[in-house]
Write a protein that binds this ligand. Structure first.
Ligand SMILES: [Zn+2]
Length: 80
């Protein structure tokens, strides 16, 4: 299988204190939880790091129905 840039991702290894570029080949395992997808990724120095890939979209409050139209007569300015 041909690898592309889309197969690459970055992660931060707290043990090396370095941002690293990895490919899907460096993924040990992937999981899904309430925060989205995460993977255990192996650093080139052998450290195992958890990388969060996807966070769910923020939840916005439900829309509120527009207010009912007013029944009062609008004030119209008289023209001279
Ligand atoms: Zn490392």
């Amino acid at each position: 299988m041909r690898r592309t840039v889309e197969d690459m991702f970055s992660f931060h290894c707290p043990h090396c204190n370095v941002d690293r570029l990895a490919s899907t080949r460096d993924i040990i395992s992937m999981h899904r939880n309430a925060d989205g997808r995460l993977a255990y990724v192996r650093c080139p120095n052998g450290h195992t790091v958890v990388r969060q890939f996807h966070r769910p979209a923020p939840r916005y409050p439900a829309p509120v129905a527009p207010a009912a139209p007013t029944t009062t007569t609008p004030v119209v300015a008289a023209c001279a």
